[in-house]
Structure formats: structure tokens, C-alpha cells
Design a protein around this ligand. Structure first.
Ligand code: IPM
Ligand code: MN
Length: 347
């Protein structure tokens, strides 16, 4: 394949992990006989600083005209601490998701045998945990009508049947390819939007008699995830719940820096770590590049290039087994670029 990849390093640790993702992508293409062209775009705080827009039109065009986007992270404390900021780096990520129609965010959560003792959870609880959270990505409170006044403010958790159906379908299709167990996570005891999700899921369940569907309130799911993570196979949930539950999921794996994701939908897919820009670590070379590198594995797998994906996964596995890891996983630990280089050399 001739890949055209849009690379959006963004802010904070973004550029450091992005470089490792690019390196691994190059090496994998070389090894398997693909060609790849990278083109860089601005997003987030660095796009605001340079052109005044967190997701400039030029970046949008670049993404649209590429086969895939390799995204890293956005966010900057200058904006976090300013409640009056008119524009925020995060809006760049949200605009990208919305404009590219990336309604399905696939976030796999699993453990690595050599890292079982890195999780604060007991090894006997998390051993074998392996599930996928399908997070709805372009609806709900993130994009519903908002009001921000001095004395009152609100967000709207708006979902249409169309939005719910298409994300549930992604959930069911994933469950079919896995252990045929779909958990619909909602808050139907309180929220009208959740009751719509549940109603539609019950209708769709009859189309998928081979998949066991169950329903779980999000508060209960948050508990079950750390009490009995092996219960889950595929969970599907709305935007906000999925955001929260996947940060919790990273604790099962052992570090925030391990979990990749794929955002797919109507246009160019985006491959992005689930973690943020960690501004405190910017430039220190201590950020874990694995989430970004595994996002590259997901990129190849998206294009049905399974061997390429497997080669990256096995190199990552070897680095974890040998302790070639950043300081979040070992002391004193290796630098971001050393881990990236080691993994690339192994492919
Ligand atoms: C994520 C991030 C983003 C989100 C932020 C940076 C807007 O936390 O990808 O999970 O909330 O979706
Ligand atoms: Mn998040």
C-alpha cells in the first residue's frame, strides 16, 4: 500500500510520542514493502498560537486528503487556568472528530503479563482482562447545546436514534468478532437519553441473537471494571461515559501511556492515544510512547494488514517483557526515544 499519513503532533508530550509513532510506521512499511508519506499539520494550542484556530482549515484538508491521521495530544495549562478563554486547544480535537464524522472511538483495554504488578489492582483480578470500549464520539454533552452564564450554565446530552443505532451497530459487529458479549452502559434509571439508548439496543438485540446483550448502569460498570474486569468483552457507551471509563481502564493495564485508540466513521480514520498532553512532562523525554505506537498497530489493522499490526504488537510486548520502558513503568527507566527506537529496531 502507498500510505499518505497526516501527522498531528499537537501539544505537550505530543511531539515526542508522535516522533516514535512515525518511526515505527516507517520501519513497519519498510519491512513489509509499503511506501509512506507523512505530512504534518497544526492542531491544539500550537495551532492557536500560530494561526489562531485550534483546528485550522488547512489541517482539516490535510486530514481529509490522507488515508489516516496519526494524532498525538492537545492541551495547555495556559487555557486550563483561564475560565474566560474564548478558544481552547481541546476544541481542535473535538472539531477534528466532528468534521471528519468520527463517531466511533474504539478503545481496547487489556493487560500485559509482564506488567500485572504495575497495576494498583491485584494481579489475580486483572489477569486475562481483555475488553473493548466502543465510545460514541460526536454526540452527547460534548456537542449538545450549551449555555455559559455567570449564574447558570448547562450542557445538553442530546442523542438521535440515528446516532445511537450506528454506534450500537459498531458494538454488535465488534462483539460478533470477539466473545459475543455486548454490555450497553448507560444511566437509564435517571437520564432520558440513556432510556433512548436502552430502547434502541433492545430492538437491535433481536437482530443479533448470537450476541448476548446486557445492560449496566454506568456507576455499576465503573465498579465492575475494577472488581471483575474479565466480565467485559465489548462495552458500548455514550461520549462522556466512555471518556471517563477508559481512563479508569488504563489503570487495569498499568499506565495511562499504554492505551491506543482508533476513531472511525465517515471520513479519514484517526489513530490516537487515549491519554492527554501531560504538559508537565513536555520536553523531558519521559513520556511513554507505547500508546502512540500501538495506535500505529491499530492503523495497520484498520487496513486489514494484520501481520504488520502483529509485528508491532510483538515488538512492544518484547520491550515490556525486557523492561525497556519509560519511568512510569520502571526505575530509572528509558527515554521516550530510546523505547521508540528499541521497538522500531525489533520490527
Ligand atoms: C480523550 C481526551 C479528550 C476527550 C479531551 C482532550 C478533549 O480526554 O480523548 O479521552 O475528552 O475526549
Ligand atoms: Mn479522556
Amino acid at each position: 500500500m502507498n500510505f499518505k499519513i497526516a501527522v498531528l503532533p499537537g501539544d505537550g508530550i505530543g511531539p515526542e510520542i508522535s516522533a516514535q509513532g512515525v518511526l515505527v510506521m516507517k520501519k513497519t512499511c519498510e519491512r513489509f514493502g509499503h511506501t509512506v508519506e507523512f505530512a504534518y499539520g497544526l492542531v491544539g494550542a500550537n495551532a492557536i498560537d500560530n494561526v489562531g484556530d485550534p483546528f485550522p482549515e488547512q489541517t482539516y484538508k490535510l486530514c481529509r486528503d490522507s488515508d489516516a491521521v496519526l494524532f498525538s495530544a492537545v492541551g495547555d495549562p495556559r487555557y486550563d487556568n483561564d475560565p474566560d478563554a474564548k478558544v481552547r486547544p481541546e476544541q481542535g480535537l473535538l472539531a477534528m472528530r466532528k468534521k471528519l464524522g468520527l463517531f466511533a472511538n474504539i478503545r481496547p483495554v487489556n493487560t500485559f503479563p509482564s506488567l500485572l504488578d504495575k497495576s494498583p489492582l491485584r494481579a489475580d483480578i486483572i489477569r486475562g482482562a481483555d475488553f473493548v470500549c466502543i465510545r460514541e464520539l460526536t454526540g452527547g454533552m460534548y456537542f449538545g447545546k450549551k449555555h455559559e452564564g455567570d449564574d447558570e450554565a448547562w450542557d445538553t446530552n442530546f442523542y438521535t436514534r440515528h446516532e445511537v443505532e450506528r454506534i450500537l451497530r459498531v458494538g454488535y459487529e465488534y462483539a460478533r468478532k470477539r466473545r459475543r458479549h455486548l454490555t450497553v452502559v448507560d444511566k437509564a434509571n435517571v437520564l432520558a437519553s440513556s432510556r433512548l439508548w436502552r430502547k434502541i439496543a433492545k430492538e437491535m438485540a433481536t437482530e443479533y441473537p448470537d450476541v448476548e446483550t446486557d445492560f449496566m448502569y454506568v456507576d455499576n460498570a465503573a465498579m465492575r471494571m475494577i472488581q471483575d474486569p474479565c466480565f467485559f468483552d465489548v462495552m458500548v457507551t455514550e461520549n462522556t461515559f466512555g471518556d471517563i471509563l477508559t481512563d479508569e481502564g488504563s489503570v487495569i493495564s498499568g499506565s495511562m501511556g499504554l492505551l491506543p485508540s482508533a476513531s472511525t466513521g465517515e471520513s479519514t480514520p484517526v489513530f490516537e492515544p487515549i491519554h492527554g498532553s501531560w504538559p508537565q512532562a513536555k520536553g523531558l523525554g519521559i513520556a511513554n510512547p507505547v500508546a502512540q505506537i500501538l495506535s500505529v498497530a491499530m492503523l495497520f489493522e484498520y487496513f486489514d494488514l494484520k501481520e504488520e499490526g502483529a509485528a508491532i504488537r510483538s515488538a512492544v510486548q518484547a520491550s515490556l517483557d525486557k523492561g525497556i520502558t519509560t519511568p512510569d513503568l520502571s526505575t530509572p527507566g528509558y527515554k521516550t526515544y530510546e523505547v521508540g527506537q528499541w521497538i522500531a529496531d525489533r520490527i
